[in-house]
Design a protein around this ligand. Sequence first.
Ligand code: ADP
Length: 262
Amino acid sequence: LEEQLRQSQKMEAVGQLTGGIAHDFNNMLAVVMGSLELLNRRIGPEDVRARHYVTQGLEGAKRAANLTQRLLAFSRQQPLRPETVNVNRLVGGMSELLAHSLGGAIQLETVLAAGAWPVHVDPNQLENVLLNLGVNARDAMPDGGRLTIETQNAHLDSRYVAEEIGVATGQYVLIAVTDTGCGMPPDVMARAFDPFFTTKGVGKGTGLGLSQVYGFVKQSNGHVRIYSEPGQGTTVKIYLPRLTGADAVAPDNGPSEGILLP
Ligand code: ADP
């Protein structure tokens, strides 16, 4: 519990700091990009070299803008817009996009619980979270493999079970994302949620993917756990609290049997 508290305080502090910086940075980048666009229009068709330099500048600025967007998302400058969400439908709706981003060598399998309970989360953020996990899985499987997304209604009413996996007793919808990739050694796993912690090279990883996952899950009153075995693969389990009460009807629960995409 103390560890959890430390983690969430750290996230809070870093979130505020990065949010402020990212916001100012975004404004400055807008000036840089605007000026480069104007310059670009003035370059004659014969001045190939100048165009090359300006194009490079613009591309760099776009990458930077992309990063500040992620920083802003991470620092919660973008408010959550929770809705009643059917996770099966959300997963089903994005599986084509996911399969595409995984590339040809990785199989995507979805195993969706029949009649999954509704949850109350921001659907766009949940999609981002699953995309982040997809990117991590892809990077962990350079030689191909399998990514499985499984949903389950999890009834954690045994205090023992709840304590065993470190979540409060109650009813959750579990989303488990499993890859058959390189896995994480214990020292990496211990820091995996830390903002800016990455083992990927400069320009490849931002170290914000899993901290975004963490932030989303905490704001949604859920829990997240990582299970990983070096050389075997990794499972990220996200527990989202079941929505009960007036809004608690998930229309159209989607397919109950697994679908297999290339
Ligand atoms: P990034 O992907 O930008 O590095 P993340 O916060 O998403 O940032 O991940 C942090 C680190 O955790 C990664 O650099 C990697 O070492 C490790 N990691 C995350 N997901 C996986 C995975 N599915 N398999 C193996 N290692 C992973």
